[in-house]
Design a protein around this ligand. Structure first.
Ligand code: NAD
Length: 296
């Protein structure tokens, strides 16, 4: 059993912290929202009064915050987490943030002899509740091995992408590709529908042909083709358009910094932004097919 501090108990962090409690760890928690704290304390976590109180005697501190500015604000500065944490603690940031902030925080930690890895997740709220998340980690190999002690209790696939920041980069590469695949799959399916094809039959054909991909296989965007996917539930549940848009923004920032050419990623970002502006920000990202469909 480890002593774990957990900060950021929202849609993802709440169920992740609960899974650590269920695995038998002692989990001290903090969030800016009292309601978020109450829902995990109900399940056996211990509330403390501030983020810095979480650090006391912790073997691991896990943070799960909205964006880079929240992570920098929490870790850095005169009274930041790094100013109180002891040198035996491994800090794990599982938020999805820009790689530059992850590296900045890691450097500040290293300057004080404190271990830090970035470990963004994939798998959504369902994966957080089920304990089946994928963790994509960046950091030293020894820290990665140490982190598995707790990551294994919240996830199924634990990857080591490379040095610190690499977890964030790998995650946005994957999500940029996913956004493109979903838009491309939607475009092809809609063209088939417009030309009189049954989307179920067309999907079966493409699944056995060179157009086969994850969206066709597990997440078809056309309502009624597959059961138990967001498209058959009015695009509710799943991975929200606005979260995809956030990741595409991080991908654009990374591409800018590395001078990478990402024309399809840029186009996908623009499409998801337009879709969000038309009111679909809270819908699942497979609803991007509506951009191609005739208005009903
Ligand atoms: P959320 O907004 O539901 O939760 C964030 C929590 O952080 C909130 O409870 C907020 O009160 C708390 N918080 C913010 N600043 C804080 C601070 N300084 N101290 C303490 N608590 C603070 O967000 P979420 O959906 O849980 O997402 C968290 C991270 O996971 C994000 O980076 C997101 O991109 C990533 N992510 C989300 C999903 C998803 O499907 N929701 C999937 C994969 C990754």
């Amino acid at each position: 059993m480890a002593q774990v501090g957990f900060i950021g108990l929202g849609n993802m962090g709440g169920p992740m912290a609960i899974n650590l409690v269920k695995a038998g760890h002692q989990v001290k928690v903090f969030d800016l929202s009292d309601q978020a704290i109450a829902s995990v304390v109900e399940q056996g976590a211990i509330a403390v009064n501030s983020a810095n109180d979480v650090a006391l005697n912790a073997d691991f501190i896990i943070t799960m915050l909205p964006a880079g500015k929240h992570v920098a604000g929490l870790y850095l500065g005169e009274n930041g987490l790094l100013s109180v944490v002891n040198q035996d603690t491994l800090m794990i940031d599982s938020s999805t943030i820009d790689a530059a902030t992850a590296r900045l925080v890691a450097q500040a930690a290293q300057d004080q002899g404190i271990s830090f890895i970035d470990a963004p997740v994939s798998g959504g709220v369902g994966g957080a509740v089920a304990g089946s998340l994928s963790f994509i980690c960046g950091g030293e190999a020894a820290h990665f091995e140490q982190a598995k002690t707790v990551l294994d209790d919240m996830g199924k696939n634990i990857f080591h992408a490379g040095s610190v920041g690499a977890g964030q980069v790998a995650k946005i590469c994957n999500n940029m590709l996913l956004s493109i695949l979903m838009a491309g799959t939607s475009e092809a399916l809609q063209m088939g529908i417009d030309n009189g094809l049954d989307p179920k039959v067309l999907s079966e054909i493409m699944l056995k042909s060179s157009g086969k991909n994850w969206c066709l296989e597990l997440y078809n965007p056309v309502p009624g083709v597959m059961e138990s996917v967001p498209s058959s539930n009015n695009y509710q549940g799943g991975f929200m358009v606005d979260l995809m848009l956030k990741d595409l923004g991080l991908a654009a920032e990374a591409a800018q910094q590395s001078k990478s050419s990402t024309p399809l990623g840029s186009l996908a970002r623009s499409m998801y932004a337009m879709h969000s502006r038309h009111g679909a920000g809270g819908d699942d990202f497979s609803s991007i097919i509506k951009v191609f469909s005739p208005k009903k």
